[in-house]
Structures are given as structure tokens and as C-alpha cells.
Design a protein around this ligand. Structure first.
Ligand code: ADP
Ligand code: DP6
Ligand code: CO
Length: 356
């Protein structure tokens, strides 16, 4: 019952009318959760195949599920896409149709589909809606088209929708390989895999400072960064060292080291964006206020470390028993923000008939 927990009450109704009246079958429904990278992916070396420049490592959350239903519609001439209760248009619709084309090609089928997807997380706010969104779509669409893919193949497929989605196929911690070579070799070698850490179960306090959609999508922002930022290569190179250090810290279960590495990796990524021409700046005054709160916590002896994605919202890693104090401090530091504590969550899965 707590699975739906999120900021729904803050973001308001999405305008949906609930389950659609439909002559189509029940279709296939999948659930997936967003993930937050401790070592970030930023930049593609192949835009068409969605191949990252750098490896990344993330934690899948237990909050903000995306539910996606895909029904095949043999009568339809085009795909129907409902996102958060409204027909998707423009780029969001195009990304789903391109993804369905890929699934149809794999399945050797041609029917169009009706997609109905709903995010619990605010869409396009830097809280990884594209990760839960395309992980859920990968699971639901392959089931609807009768494909039976292993987790690696599902992860590779989800990557084609959004590279961060390759990691949301898995629960807990996941490592996404940037892959090697070009073309098919790159496509085959770029996927996520689980990083088993049964004893590492930190809290991630999400400080929501703005639920609105970002002005520049992650996709466009990373393209501009790669093309124009003189800092990009240096960050990509240092990210390799960050990943080596991160893996060792995770294996030791050393939350302080994990947090320090995650914070420096994220701030470095934002530095590359700030140096892009024109600059991409996602961090707002409220973001900086939350970061001040994190510094204050550390001064007061509380292990708390921040990471930010392509948006102004902040995620703070801490020991679970410190989460209430962290949440309280962040609220005081940035009045008007709202906080929610997440833990490690499950991988993407098909929803069973009795859950419908
Ligand atoms: P975020 O920080 O939320 O991941 P992005 O800029 O990476 O922001 O991606 C937002 C885009 O991801 C949306 O504009 C839309 O194209 C796509 N997206 C988000 N949620 C879904 C979903 N449930 N199903 C399909 N596409 C989605
Ligand atoms: C800052 O996966 O959303 O959240 O592959 O173009 O869809 P596309 O981009 P996306 O980028 C995520 C960037 C990030 C860092 C991360 O999640 O690793
Ligand atoms: Co995204």
C-alpha cells in the first residue's frame, strides 16, 4: 500500500481519468522505479544507439513507481501514447514511438500499440522519470509483443529509450557499462548489471525544491556539454577514478566514503554543464540552500552527502537512523521545499493479473 508514496499530493492531479475504457485487451502492465546515480552518466558517444561516454553506478529507489500499460491495437494506423493522463506530443511522443519501432523490429511484428503510462515522480524534474519510464516501457512492450528477453537484453533495450533506464531494470545497486567499440559492438556491450550489496542499505533523503519540468532536457543538455564544454573530457576522465574508488567504498560498506565520492562526482558533472556554451544551469538558489544544510549537518557530525541530477532537486545520502534529522535540517535550510526518505528499491517487473 505504501508503494504509491510520493509527492502526488504536492504535484496535484495529472488530469487522468483512470483506467481507460477500451475495446483492446487488458494488455501488459509493468512497474519500475527511478534510480539515482552515485557515479553519473552524462554525455553520449553515439546518439542514435544511446551509448554513454562513461560508466555509471546507481541506486534504484523504493518510491515513485511508474506504471505503464501497453495494448496492441491491430486496427490502428499510429501508436497512441498517454503520459500522465494526457496525450503525449512532440519529443516525448516521438521517443516512445521510436522505442516501440525497435521492439516491433525485435519481435518481427507490425501492430501499433496504445501506451498508457503514469509517473509518480514529477516528469522531467531531474528525478529520473525517464529511467523509470523507459524501464517500465521496456518490460511492458516486450511482454505485449511476445518477446522474452533476459535481464541483460532488457537493460540494453531500455538504454535505447534513456540510458539511465538501463539501470532501473535492476533493483538495489546497478552498474551501467558504457560499452566498447562502435556500432553493433557498442550496442551489445552497453548495458547495466546488478551490483550485489545485501548489507548496504542507506537512506536517500529527497529534497524537492521544484517539481516543474526542466527548461532543457537531459538529452539536449548533455549534447551541448559534450560539444562545447572545455571541462567535459576532464570530468569524464576523473569519473573513471571515482568509479574505482566508489566500488571499493561500497564493498567496504563505507557510507562516508561513498557519499564523498558521489558528491564530488555530481558537482564535477554540474561544473561541466556550467562551462558549456551557453551554460546549462540546473541548480537554483533553493538547491544551494539545501547544499548549505548538508554542509551544516557534516559540521555537526552527521554523515550526509548530496547528489543532484539534471534539475534543481537534491538527494542526500545518509545512515537510515539519521534520516529524520537530515530531513528536518534540509526543511529548515530551504523553507518551502518538501522531503521524502527513500531506500533501495526493486527492479522493473510485470504486474500480475491479481494486482491489476
Ligand atoms: P528526468 O530528469 O525526469 O529523467 P529527462 O529530461 O531525462 O528528465 O526525461 C524526461 C523525458 O522522459 C520526458 O519528456 C519524456 O520524453 C520521457 N519520459 C518520462 N516519463 C516517461 C514515461 N513514463 N514513459 C515514457 N517516456 C517518459
Ligand atoms: C544527470 O538517462 O535522462 O541523471 O539517455 O538522453 O535519456 P538520456 O538521458 P538520461 O540522463 C541522466 C543524467 C543524470 C545522471 C544519471 O542518471 O546517471
Ligand atoms: Co532522465
Amino acid at each position: 500500500p505504501t508503494e504509491e508514496a510520493g509527492f502526488a499530493e504536492l504535484t496535484g492531479p495529472t488530469g487522468s481519468t483512470g483506467p481507460q475504457e477500451s475495446l483492446l485487451g487488458p494488455g501488459s502492465t509493468a512497474v519500475a522505479h527511478p534510480n539515482i546515480a552515485l557515479i553519473k552518466y552524462w554525455g553520449k558517444r553515439d546518439e542514435q544507439l544511446v551509448i554513454p561516454y562513461v560508466d555509471s553506478l546507481s541506486m534504484t529507489l523504493d518510491v515513485f513507481p511508474t506504471h505503464t500499460t501497453v495494448r496492441l491495437d491491430p486496427e490502428a494506423q499510429t501508436d497512441g501514447v498517454i503520459l500522465d493522463g494526457r496525450p503525449a506530443e512532440g519529443e516525448p511522443r516521438r521517443r516512445v514511438v521510436v522505442f516501440l519501432d525497435l521492439v516491433r523490429e525485435l519481435a518481427g511484428r507490425t501492430e501499433r500499440a496504445a501506451v498508457d503510462t503514469r509517473n509518480a515522480v514529477p516528469t522531467g524534474a531531474g528525478l529520473a522519470s525517464s529511467a523509470s519510464g523507459f524501464a517500465a516501457l521496456a518490460v511492458a512492450a516486450t511482454a505485449a509483443y511476445g518477446l522474452d528477453l533476459d535481464p541483460t537484453a532488457l537493460s540494453r533495450l531500455a538504454r535505447r529509450g534513456s540510458a539511465s533506464a538501463s539501470r532501473s531494470i535492476f533493483g538495489g545497486f546497478a552498474l551501467c557499462h558504457a560499452g566498447r567499440g562502435v556500432g553493433e559492438a557498442a550496442d551489445l556491450s552497453s548495458y547495466a548489471e546488478p551490483v550485489p550489496l545485501p548489507d548496504f542499505d542507506p537512506a536517500l533523503v529527497v529534497a524537492l525544491v521544484n517539481a516543474g519540468p526542466k527548461a532543457v532536457s537531459s538529452r539536449a543538455a548533455m549534447r551541448r556539454t559534450v560539444e562545447t564544454s572545455p571541462l567535459y573530457q576532464a570530468w569524464a576522465t576523473s569519473s573513471k577514478g571515482d568509479l574505482t574508488d566508489m566500488r571499493a567504498a561500497l564493498l567496504r560498506g563505507d557510507l562516508e566514503a561513498v557519499g564523498e565520492i558521489a558528491e564530488r562526482n555530481a558537482l564535477g558533472m554540474h561544473a561541466t554543464m556550467l562551462a558549456a556554451r551557453p551554460a546549462v544551469r540546473y541548480l537554483s538558489p533553493a538547491t544551494v540552500a539545501v547544499l548549505d544544510g548538508v554542509l551544516q549537518l557534516r559540521k555537526d557530525g552527521v554523515a550526509a552527502y548530496a547528489t543532484m541530477d539534471a534539475g534543481p532537486n537534491v538527494k542526500v545520502l545518509c545512515h537510515p537512523e539519521a534520516a529524520p534529522r537530515v530531513a528536518e535540517t534540509l526543511l529548515a535550510a530551504a523553507p518551502g521545499c518538501s522531503v521524502l526518505t527513500a531506500r533501495r528499491g526493486p527492479g522493473a517487473r510485470l504486474r500480475t493479473a491479481d494486482e491489476q
